[in-house]
Design a protein around this ligand. Structure first.
Ligand code: DGJ
Length: 694
């Protein structure tokens, strides 16, 4: 006997089945099945055979695989009674309910007195399926591991792609072959981290950015996750995501996972990427001013660091505004006695030595220059050399002799008095001044993972957002150390990386677009000589790379010569003229035939226009550029394509290419099949092409 359920949208079907009243398993996930598909027959037809050296039946790969049912892989739940006795749950289907887009499955273990509830919500517009698992019991238990509903990994995949990184090197993709055993990633740093972005992509054989089948996953939690991608001895594959293990430090009667966002695509990695981009932008982020254009930022960090001097900051603000900046962000250094990074975190009062009349005069100046004002905080942190630490050393998280990170400790965010203290300091500043933006930093890992810490941070953010709904928040953690859909349900921008090196950024942005839309991805034009790589890059390249995402500047504008100013002004004007449609465009990674070219197409929501950015990250092996195929155009429509920055062509580009002389008109079919052949260019440069459907 099998009971079945299905969730459908235009792109996919997810079907579950419960055999003999046991915890259900996913029996199908992929391209849409016809309505009349007989799901019990499908379940029967896909069952694996049994031979020698096996159990007499294959244990279910259920949404919560159970060790006590002989499941040969990692279980979905590891839990102990309050006295430490391990429990071995065996669930039976107890209840279920379904809507057009949602499915709730309740399973009970009467012997161990446990209830397991899985919820699936399919968004038919973005095609993202969000799923959570919850465990409840009638007495407090210790949780070791609870996976969000376990999904099968596709059999037609040879490899999986996950995301690692480091400071100034976020979003590096790693490809690992599927083989018997586990690809196991666990982030025990207590924050999302540069090292282990909680995402996974499983491309099926032959899939590229633009074609083929792929599955993608993201765990929306900021406290560190665990991922298990396992091939069982019988060849089946399972994918589990949850909080890092043993993150719940106290016994409790209810535990719930964060949402696991999963998506199936039949048109390449881009199908997954676009789903995540849209879902994040349109469903998860709560915009402070949904209809206002994203303002061009100016951030003073790499211009002044801790050296805050009002006349200098005013001059910088005036220049930034004249270049096109619309929001001025005062970074670290305005509070306490913060002359370097050794002191003052948690003393959130304006430094009277630097600002004798408070922040008012600088803010007024910024407003007079036509910009709004944003400010930096690092709310969860405390320096031992701070007034707060002297008064409340017990408010810091972790042991007294712990290793510091950037000379600082984390505050214990589980304590309500700590949250109240930080809330009051931030609220006082937001009440006293017209501030519309907070850059919210988090520059160290935690001394140990603790889910209560993450819940405390979320509670503080939620309280501030409720009381100051007009204030936008950027999630920063030494650059991209806290980027996930959990933090992004409370913030509106991420600082992708502390690297303002356009070459590094080009690649990072390309990979981050697998999950993030342009609207949330901050990207700044940095100093001529990059402060974190030592590389010197031309202003054109720096400006166009920043214009690919939410644009800003971060250099000292006084270093710019007149050509650099002119280029920056022009690219910024271009960005402002296009941001209304780019804000909701899909970022499509192109399958470049040349490894040196990192290219993407940003396609407007209505398909009527696009911009193509082709970044030359290195010198090519072949002598002239290979054609670049576009994607997702209407094959039968005609498009006028022009090279926006053709005036930048090098004198070494000598050919008579049509694009160098003006627009070309070609069909979508031609652009997608033979592609565009771009002029020869230097490495560390960017071609920008604009397309319009005729
Ligand atoms: C780390 C951030 O990523 C930087 O952008 C800057 O805000 C510094 N912290 C300030 O201390």
């Amino acid at each position: 006997m099998i009971r079945t359920w299905r969730l459908d949208d235009a792109r996919q079907t997810l079907a579950l089945g419960s055999r003999e009243g046991r915890c259900p398993e996913v029996i199908y996930w992929g391209a849409p099945l016809p309505e009349r598909e007989d799901l019990p027959a499908l379940a029967g037809a896909t069952q694996l055979d049994v031979t020698g050296g096996m159990l007499d039946e294959n244990p279910d790969l259920s949404i919560c695989p159970e060790a006590a049912r002989s499941f040969p892989g990692q279980p979905g739940l590891i839990v102990r009674d309050a006295d430490g006795t391990p429990l071995l749950p065996q669930f039976s289907l107890a209840d279920d309910s379904q809507t057009d887009t949602g499915l709730k499955i309740v399973c009970a273990d009467l012997v161990n007195r446990l209830t397991y509830t899985a919820e699936f919500t399919l968004d038919p517009a973005t095609h993202v399926i969000a799923m959570t698992a919850e465990l409840t019991s009638d007495r407090p238990l210790h949780l070791h591991w609870l996976a969000a509903p376990t999904l099968p990994g596709p059999q037609q995949a040879d490899e999986m792609i996950d995301v690692a990184g480091r400071w100034c090197g976020e979003f590096q993709l790693n490809r690992t072959a599927w083989s018997p055993g586990i690809r196991y990633r666990e982030n025990r740093t207590g924050r999302t981290g540069h090292e282990h972005f909680p995402g996974l992509i499983v491309p099926c054989r032959g899939a590229t950015n633009a074609s083929g089948e792929a599955y993608a996953f993201h765990y929306g939690w900021s406290g560190g996750h665990r991922m298990i991608a396992e091939e069982l001895p019988d060849g089946r594959r399972q994918i589990q995501f949850g909080h890092a293990a043993r993150m719940e430090t106290a016994a409790a009667t209810t535990f719930k996972t964060a949402p696991l966002y999963a998506v199936y695509s039949s048109d390449g990695l881009n199908g997954c990427a676009v789903s995540f981009q849209r879902h994040l932008r349109d469903r998860i982020v709560t915009w402070a001013k949904p209809d206002a254009p994203r303002p061009v930022h100016y951030n003073c960090w790499e211009a002044v660091y801790f050296d805050h001097n009002i006349p200098k900051l005013k001059e910088i603000a005036t220049r930034a505004a004249s270049l096109g900046a619309e929001r001025f962000v005062l970074d670290d250094g305005w509070f306490g006695q913060r002359d370097d990074d050794t002191s003052s975190l948690s003393d959130w009062e304006v430094d009277p030595r630097k600002y004798p009349d408070g922040l008012g005069p600088l803010i007024d100046h910024v407003h007079e220059a036509g910009m709004s004002f944003g400010i930096w905080f690092e709310p969860e942190m405390i320096n031992p050399d701070s007034n707060l630490h002297r008064a409340h050393p017990d408010w810091a998280l972790g042991a007294e002799d712990q290793i510091l990170g950037r000379q600082q400790k984390a505050l214990n965010m589980a304590l309500p008095q700590v949250r109240d203290f930080i809330y009051e300091r931030i609220a006082a500043l937001l009440t006293a001044h017209p501030v519309d933006y907070i850059k919210w930093d988090h520059n160290r890992v935690l001394p140990m993972p603790d889910a209560a810490q993450t819940r405390g941070s979320y509670a503080l953010l939620d309280r501030l957002r409720a009381d100051f709904p007009h204030v936008e928040i950027e999630s920063c953690a030494s650059g991209g150390g806290r980027i996930d859909f959990g933090i992004l349900s409370r913030t509106q921008r991420v600082w992708l990386s502390d690297s303002n090196d356009a070459l590094e950024r080009l690649k990072m942005q390309h990979n981050a677009a697998l999950f993030l839309p342009a609207a949330v991805t901050g990207s700044h034009v940095g100093p001529r000589r990059c402060h974190t790589s030592g590389r010197t890059l031309d202003i054109e390249f720096r400006a166009w790379v920043a214009a690919q995402r939410h644009m800003g500047f971060e250099m000292d504008p006084r270093e710019l010569d007149s050509r650099e100013e002119a280029v920056l002004r022009e690219v910024t004007q271009w960005w402002k003229a296009n941001r209304h449609w780019m804000y909701v465009a899909d970022i499509l990674r192109l399958d470049s035939a040349d490894e040196a070219v990192v290219a993407e197409l940003q396609l407007a929501e209505d398909g009527a226009q696009f911009v193509l950015f082709a970044g030359k990250a290195a010198t090519s092996t072949q002598i002239v550029p290979r054609p670049l195929r576009l994607t997702r155009l209407d094959p039968s429509a005609l498009y006028e394509v022009s090279l926006r920055n053709r005036a930048s062509a090098s004198h070494l580009s000598r050919g008579q290419q049509a694009l160098k002389n003006g627009p070309v008109t070609l069909s979508g079919a031609a652009l997608m099949h033979s592609g565009l052949t771009l002029p020869w260019s230097f490495p560390e440069s960017m071609w920008v092409l604009e397309g319009r459907r005729l």
